[in-house]
Design a binder for this molecule. Structure first.
Ligand SMILES: [Mn+2]
Length: 361
C-alpha cells in the first residue's frame, strides 16, 4: 500500500520530467533547424531594446547637420531605438566623441542588465540616413558569437573609420575608450595628428592605435580580438566628389573629406531624403543586407569554430604531424578575422587553407 502510494505520488514528478525532456528536445531540434539569427523586419511587431544611437552637435548652429541628425532621429523612432545627442562642448575638439561615448557606456553599465541596451551605434553628424527600412540589428553579431565581439566598425584607405561604429555595452568598451582618451597623457611623444588627410581626426587615430597594439587589451590578448570590420559600404558608404559609392538600399551616406563641397552635397541629399523619402528607401528583405549580413556572420562563426577545433587538436597532441602548419594557418585566419573580415574572398581563402591543413594532419 505504501509502495503504491509512493508510486502515485511520484507519477506527477515523472510526467513533469517527461514533459520537460520533450520540450527540451523539441527546443534543441527546432533551434538547430532555425536559420541564422535575423531581425524581424517589421517595426510594428519589433521594438528592440538592443541598440541605441548616439551623435553630437554643438557650437555654431548648422542647419545641415541638424537635418542630418533628424534623418537619424526618424529612423530611431521608427524602430524604437533610444537616441542620444551631445549638445554641449564637454572637452577639447575631437575628444568630445570618445568622452561622450565613454560616459554613455558607463551610464548603461550602471543600469541593471535587463534595462541596458546591448549596443551603441555612433553616427557622425555628417552622415544622412537614407533607408529607414533597415534595422540596425542586422549588422550586429548573432547572440551565439557575440560574447567576444565588442566593436563592429569599418576601415578605409586610412585604416579604422570611426564616423560610424557599433560599440558593445561591455567593460571591454569602457577600457578601450579610456585607453584611447588617455593616449595624449601616457604617450605624449606620439603625434596623433600626422596625417595630411583633411578629415583626419586625432581621436580616430588614438582608437586605431589602441586597436593595433599587439599587447595589452581587455584580457591581455590585444583589442584587435574584439573588433570586427564589416564591408564598409554596408554601414559607411561615402559620398565622393563625383558620386555616391553606395547603391539603393544602403542605409546611409557619409561625407568625409569633401572640404567646402560638403555643404552642397549634404544639402542635395537632404532635399531628396526629406522630399521623396521613398526614392532611396527599399524594404529590408530586398536589400543586400537581408542575406548578406547573415552570410557574413555565418562565415565568422564557421571560422571561429574551425579555429577552436584546430587549437583543441594541436594543444592535445604535442607531437602531431603537421602541428606547425596548422598553427600557422590558425594565426593567418585569426589575423584576417581581426583586421580584414570585410574582405570576403580573403577570409574564405584563409578558412579553406586551415581546413586543408587539418585534413592532412
Ligand atoms: Mn564624419
Amino acid at each position: 500500500m505504501i509502495v503504491m502510494r509512493q508510486t502515485y505520488q511520484r507519477r506527477p514528478l515523472f510526467v513533469i520530467l517527461l514533459c520537460s525532456f520533450l520540450i527540451c528536445t523539441l527546443w534543441v531540434f527546432t533551434g538547430q533547424e532555425r536559420p541564422a539569427w535575423r531581425p524581424v523586419a517589421d517595426p510594428e511587431r519589433y521594438h528592440s531594446r538592443r541598440v541605441a544611437k548616439a551623435t553630437m552637435l554643438y557650437g555654431k548652429p548648422n542647419p545641415l547637420y541638424e537635418r542630418a541628425i533628424d534623418s537619424h532621429g526618424r529612423h530611431a523612432r521608427r524602430w524604437g531605438y533610444p537616441m542620444h545627442v551631445l549638445r554641449q562642448d564637454i572637452s577639447v575638439g575631437f575628444w568630445n566623441k570618445p568622452i561622450y561615448l565613454a560616459s554613455l557606456m558607463i551610464q548603461e553599465m550602471a543600469k541593471p542588465p535587463a534595462e541596458r541596451v546591448e549596443w551603441l551605434m555612433w553616427v557622425d553628424a555628417d552622415t544622412i540616413l537614407i533607408n529607414a527600412a533597415v534595422p540596425l540589428e542586422a549588422f550586429l553579431p548573432p547572440y551565439d558569437i557575440s560574447e567576444d565581439v565588442h566593436l563592429v566598425a569599418t576601415r578605409d584607405h586610412n585604416g579604422l573609420n570611426t564616423g560610424i561604429m557599433f560599440l558593445h555595452v561591455h567593460p571591454w568598451t569602457i577600457k578601450f575608450l579610456i585607453e584611447a582618451l588617455g593616449h595624449p597623457l601616457y604617450k605624449p611623444d606620439v603625434d596623433l595628428d600626422h596625417s595630411v588627410d583633411l578629415d583626419h581626426s586625432i581621436d580616430q587615430e588614438a582608437m586605431a592605435r589602441v586597436l593595433s597594439n599587439s599587447n595589452g587589451g581587455f584580457n591581455g590578448t590585444s583589442y584587435a580580438e574584439g573588433a570586427m570590420f564589416l564591408p564598409r559600404t554596408w554601414i559607411n558608404a561615402y559620398e565622393w566628389r563625383h558620386a555616391y559609392e553606395g547603391t539603393r538600399g544602403n542605409i546611409l551616406v557619409h561625407f568625409p573629406g569633401l572640404g567646402d563641397q560638403r555643404w552642397v552635397h549634404m544639402s542635395n541629399w537632404l532635399d531628396v531624403v526629406e522630399l521623396s523619402p521613398h526614392s532611396w528607401e527599399m524594404p529590408f528583405e530586398e536589400t543586400e543586407y537581408y542575406n548578406g549580413t547573415v552570410a557574413f556572420w555565418d562565415r565568422i562563426r564557421e571560422a571561429k569554430e574551425t579555429i577552436r577545433i584546430a587549437e583543441h587538436r594541436f594543444n592535445r597532441l604535442s607531437t602531431v604531424k603537421g602541428k606547425a602548419p596548422m598553427e600557422a594557418a590558425v594565426r593567418e585566419l585569426k589575423k584576417v578575422l581581426q583586421q580584414e573580415a570585410d574582405d570576403t574572398e580573403l577570409l574564405i581563402q584563409r578558412l579553406q587553407d586551415l581546413k586543408s591543413v587539418m585534413d592532412l594532419s
